[in-house]
Design a protein. Structure first.
Length: 317
């Protein structure tokens, strides 16, 4: 946070960069063989909770040929970088026996806040452009796969069950705000942008790129009378994106040293307040059950829950 008056003329940049994401990832595989039964299970859990903040507060006075306050992913708008969050789980069980079960669960939890702001008592003066920007770009990916197999013995009592579940909970809050005074000779831009895209994964050997957000697949094959497989992919996204000029803020009302007084007479001035969110997801849930001498059942469900609030606002006063 900058809290001291700056009187020199210079290009001023205040930036918060988020490049390292603290997260917890767990991937477990468990295999149990008891008599003629086979069990396998896998769990993947990825968790990230991060804040990226760029703030000019107090009674700061900032002057520059170019002033930028930004909380972004990577090195800013000139470099396209994204945060990747990955949870993969896979399990398989099989053999000659009466019962075979395989289950996998992949959970992805992300809570991210990006904030760029200037406080109510700040003064920002630029002889060029002024940008207040918050940008949050990410690629979440969850994969759960399971396969169960039981070969036929002397009886037809073989039962095979397979299950796969992916769950992604993403909470993004992206805010860019000016509350104080800002006087700009050229372009004033207040921008908040959030982007969610599928992560591209390359399949080895065949070298094919597949973009997906969630993939849940399950299969079961029985040489006897029962084979059941189920798969479910759930995406729960809560995205809030706000760009605001606050109430009682003063924009282009005062002079800048060396420029006409007031500078509102300048034809080069512009003001842009924008809030953008782009959410693009690709999710697949599929299941296959095959029973040689009985009934095979496969069921898949893909569920998307999206709560999006996108606001660009100029306050009163």
């Amino acid at each position: 946070m900058l809290a001291l008056p700056l009187q020199a003329q210079f290009s001023w940049l205040h930036k918060a960069i988020l490049t390292e994401i603290p997260k917890l990832s767990v991937n477990r595989f468990h295999w149990l063989h008891r008599n003629s039964d086979h069990y396998a299970g896998s769990l993947a859990f990825s968790y990230a909770n991060t804040d990226s903040t760029a703030t000019v507060g107090g009674n700061a006075i900032v002057r520059g040929a170019s002033v930028v306050i930004e909380a972004v992913t990577g090195e800013g708008t000139s470099v396209a970088e994204k945060n990747d969050f990955i949870a993969w789980a896979a399990a398989g069980s099989g053999g000659q026996g009466d019962l075979s079960f395989a289950g996998s669960i992949a959970i992805n939890v992300v809570d991210m806040t990006f904030t760029a702001t200037s406080g109510a008592n700040t003064q920002l003066k630029s002889t060029g452009n002024l940008t207040v920007q918050a940008e949050n770009d990410m690629n979440p990916q969850s994969l759960a796969a399971s396969a169960g197999f039981a070969a036929q013995k002397d009886t037809e009592d073989e039962e095979v069950y397979g299950g796969a579940l992916t769950y992604a909970n993403v909470d993004l809050d992206t805010t860019a705000t000016i509350f104080g005074r800002a006087d700009v000779a050229n372009a004033l831009k207040i921008s908040a942008a959030a982007t969610i895209e599928p992560l591209v994964t390359t399949i080895p050997e065949i070298d094919i790129d597949i973009p997906f957000t969630a993939l849940a697949v399950s299969g079961s094959v029985s040489g006897g009378d029962t084979a059941v497989a189920g798969a479910m992919a759930i995406n729960d996204f809560d995205v809030i994106t706000q760009a605001t000029i606050g109430s009682n803020a003063r924009i282009n009302q005062d002079n800048i040293d060396g420029l006409p007084n007031p500078i509102v007479d300048s034809l080069t001035q512009s003001v842009l307040v924008e809030a953008i969110d782009l959410i693009n997801t690709t999710s697949v849930a599929g299941a296959l059950g095959i029973a040689i001498d009985g009934t095979g059942v496969g069921a898949g469900l893909e569920l998307g829950i999206f709560n999006r609030q996108t606001l660009a606002r100029i306050g009163s006063g």
